[in-house]
Design a protein around this ligand. Structure first.
Ligand SMILES: Cc1ncc(COP(=O)(O)O)c(C=O)c1O
Length: 448
């Protein structure tokens, strides 16, 4: 009789007491995690290419972050920033203004997570413009609270959760790879900007639009990268009509794309932007950052909350930012991205199933297709590769409407040797399934 592992026991307990709707990507458990490695409850080691869904860009448990949390916990854990003022909140807002300037004067509000940042960004934009409508995009993911879920595109995340918030309109995301249909990037972008302008005639009056919210590189949507000229055109459209441009940087922020925010790669400045995930190295914290006059348009009482900018999370975020600076993790993201991109571009030459390799910095997605056709997603191959990787010691995530994209969100402290080992595991899995000549039927994974 085979012995039941500690991991299996834990997963069995999970099944009994945790709601099924709290999905899970794979069956790996954790006892401890450090840097880019996770050790499960049976002592097996995994290389982490998921980073807790893009949360540990600075690695698991960076020492200065752990120390800052411990020291702060001994002083005070919670007083609520809505009740008394504490220094770490102020220091973090000062840091955010310095590294993410939104013009001459930048202000911030701190929250606890990405969806909450999005909710507040919309409330602030509405108050700043005294308008109601919001424009968002297909394949967008903005979170699971009610406005964030309304803005989120994928149906799977929303089944039977409505009614959703009113006055939300949606345009196709400018996904060149999937929808170009033979056009050059320039032709395609011109077309999509025309669609944006026409939306003022056939979708929503721009005079009623408070905000347009976009991920410059879509996270859950499949690491789709908005074209540079599209973003410039979007900025011009917002300026022309007095619309607040909101960049959702929850997944792409804090080093992932080689900058503090992906918009810094474009040189297009938002009115408001949202952050969470890697800001706090795993402590729950989010931020809404924006032009001071826009941020100040929100009336006292309309934004806030008991746990906003919890002191432990603030010191964790301050230590994380310092750690990213001290270890040049923004530059390291570009090196990591190069290694990943080159490996997959090489594989693509021999394997037509790899339809696209894309991204900025270390935010790299690899899209699997069938029959050389970008409109034929290969979910089965992608799922099988991820499952085999987990068996072979690599934690990996999918993305995209069809779950046919591998997205790499490894900690930026990963060593070259760990990175290459992880890529070797993916390559082995790809070859394994190719050599089998066909794919076994794969059970559908629940979403996370
Ligand atoms: C772009 C983006 N916005 C918002 C969110 C929601 O963040 P949270 O899960 O912290 O609420 C996510 C989460 O994946 C995200 O990727």
């Amino acid at each position: 009789m085979t012995e039941i592992s500690q991991s299996e026991k834990l997963l069995a307990r999970r099944k009994i007491c945790v709601a099924d709707g709290v999905g899970v990507f794979n069956t790996v458990t954790v006892k401890e995690a450090k840097g880019a490695l996770i050790t499960d409850v049976d002592g097996k080691e995994f290389i982490d290419f998921a980073g807790g869904i893009g949360v540990v860009n600075a690695g698991h448990c960076p020492e200065p972050v752990v120390k800052a949390i411990q020291e702060q916990a001994a002083k005070y854990i919670h007083t609520s920033f809505n009740v008394v003022t504490y220094e770490p909140y102020i220091a973090l807002c000062e840091q955010l203004a310095e590294i993410l300037p939104h013009g001459d004067h930048t202000k911030s509000m701190l929250v606890s997570m990405g969806a909450e940042a999005v909710e507040n960004a919309i409330k602030i934009a509405r108050q700043a413009t005294k308008r109601q409508a919001v424009l968002c995009y297909t394949s967008a993911y903005h979170g699971r609270t009610m406005m964030a879920m309304t803005l989120t595109s994928k149906i799977n995340y929303k089944i039977n959760c409505g009614p959703f918030a009113p006055e939300v309109y949606r345009l196709p995301f400018p996904n060149y790879y999937r929808y170009a249909d033979g056009d050059t990037l320039e032709e395609y972008t011109i077309q999509e900007l025309k669609r944006l302008r026409e939306s003022g005639l056939n979708l929503v009056d721009p005079k009623n639009l408070a905000a347009i919210i976009i991920e410059l590189i879509q996270g859950e949507g499949g690491f789709n990268v908005a074209p540079q000229k599209y973003m410039e055109g979007l900025r011009a459209f917002c300026d022309k009509h007095g619309i607040m441009l909101i960049f959702d940087e929850v997944q792409s922020g804090f080093g992932r794309t080689g900058k503090w925010a992906s918009w810094q790669n474009y040189g297009v400045v938002p009115d408001i932007s949202t952050y969470a995930k890697s800001l706090g190295s795993g402590m729950p914290i989010g931020a809404v950052v924006g032009k001071a006059d826009v941020m100040d348009a929100a009336l006292p009482g309309t934004i806030g909350g008991t746990f906003i900018g919890n002191p432990l999370s603030c010191v964790a975020a301050l230590a994380t930012i310092q750690f990213i600076k001290d270890n040049n993790l923004n530059e390291r993201a570009n090196e990591i991205g190069e290694i990943i991109r080159n490996r997959f571009l090489e594989l693509q030459k021999h394997h037509s199933e790899i339809g696209d390799v894309r991204g900025i910095g270390a935010m790299i997605g690899v899209e699997f297709i069938k029959e050389n056709d970008p409109t034929h997603p290969n979910k089965a191959l992608c799922t099988a590769i991820i499952e085999r990787c987990a068996q072979n010691g690599l934690i990996l995530l999918n993305a995209g409407n069809y779950k046919n994209v591998i997205r790499i969100l490894c900690p930026l402290v990963i060593t070259d040797q760990q990175l290459i080992q992880g890529l070797d595991i993916i390559e082995e899995a790809l070859l394994h399934y190719k050599n089998m000549g066909r794919l076994q039927p794969v059970e559908t994974q629940p979403s996370f």
